[in-house]
Design a protein around this ligand. Structure first.
Ligand code: 1YM
Length: 269
């Protein structure tokens, strides 16, 4: 199947009321874990764009007031009218619950996410969410509140950039606590960067006087991950053992290195 977008390939299933009624079914829980999961869902869509070869930088910002902004420099979510819904594709992505992804679930070698499926879940569980698409010289914007469109998609200016920016505020009616933990996001985003070689992920915390910024960028992928895991260990040899291969259409990549400790750690993704 072609890796180009065709609006008709989006599968339409149901509305977002289901998500607000049973958030746990979609994000696991409404505790801190679920709160952080919202960020991963949006980041995973940007990572998919990187895996497709169109994006090399993702920036995640924790804003004052604990809203989150995720920006990528990919193609920008499509803004053309999706035939079945008669609405812009970007609106469909954020307002309609999807199953199986843009291409009915197939077509990806590796993915951390559900191919755009999570965007509407994040929208449903946010007090408000704004998406800005930079595409074909134009800057488009749409705003939603608790999953509902409150502003139609509009052109708000010109741009020479490409990409997608999503900002959302998790809903206090849904989550027990809406304060983000920098270290939880840091660990997860570092891991995501290791698993997507060449992708640069920047994490910024704007909540205090002194802005904090961390950059994760690993050209060595999981090989570098093993180096990182063994950074404080007494390693038995310098070279990382590495292999990759595909069988029955399943791609597997393995990296390992022994150290002098007794415990074995195996991480799989
Ligand atoms: C900050 C979050 O969502 N980026 C993003 C999402 C998409 C695309 C690009 C995209 C995909 C395709 C074609 C394609 C998505 N598009 C869709 C859908 N970043 C973020 N960047 N053009 C652009 O898959 O063919 C869902 S996600 F369904 F509209 F194609």
């Amino acid at each position: 199947m072609s890796d180009n977008y065709s609006a008709d390939q989006i599968q339409i299933l149901e509305g977002l009321e289901a998500v607000r009624k049973r958030p746990g079914m979609y994000i696991g829980s409404t505790s801190s874990k679920g709160l952080h999961h919202l960020v991963y869902e949006i980041v995973d869509n940007a990572v998919d764009e990187a895996l497709a070869g169109y994006c090399d930088t993702i920036t995640v910002t924790i804003n004052k007031g604990d809203s989150i902004t995720v920006v990528d420099n990919g193609r920008g979510i499509p803004v053309d009218i999706q035939e079945k819904a008669g609405r812009p594709a970007v609106e469909v992505v954020f307002t309609i619950l999807h199953a199986g992804g843009k291409f009915g679930g197939g077509g990806y070698k590796v993915s951390g996410g559900l191919h755009g499926v999570g965007a509407s879940v994040v929208n449903a569980l946010s007090e408000w969410l704004e998406v800005v698409v930079y595409k074909d010289g134009k800057k488009y914007k749409q705003r939603y509140e608790r999953g509902k469109v409150v502003q139609d998609l509009e052109v708000i200016g010109k741009t020479d950039k490409r990409g997608t920016k999503v900002t959302f505020l998790p809903d206090k009616e849904i989550f027990e606590d809406t304060v983000y933990d920098f270290d939880i996001l840091k660990e997860r985003l570092r891991e995501t960067a290791f698993l997507t070689k060449g992708l640069k992920i920047i994490l910024i915390d704007e909540r205090q006087e002194k802005r904090v910024e961390r950059i994760f960028h690993y050209e060595g992928g999981i090989k570098e991950y093993v180096e990182y895991v063994n950074r404080n260990q007494d390693v038995l040899y310098p070279q990382i053992i590495y292999c990759e291969g595909t069988k029955d259409n399943v791609y597997v990549e393995v990296a390992m290195q022994h150290n002098s400790s007794y415990t074995e750690n195996t991480y799989s993704f």
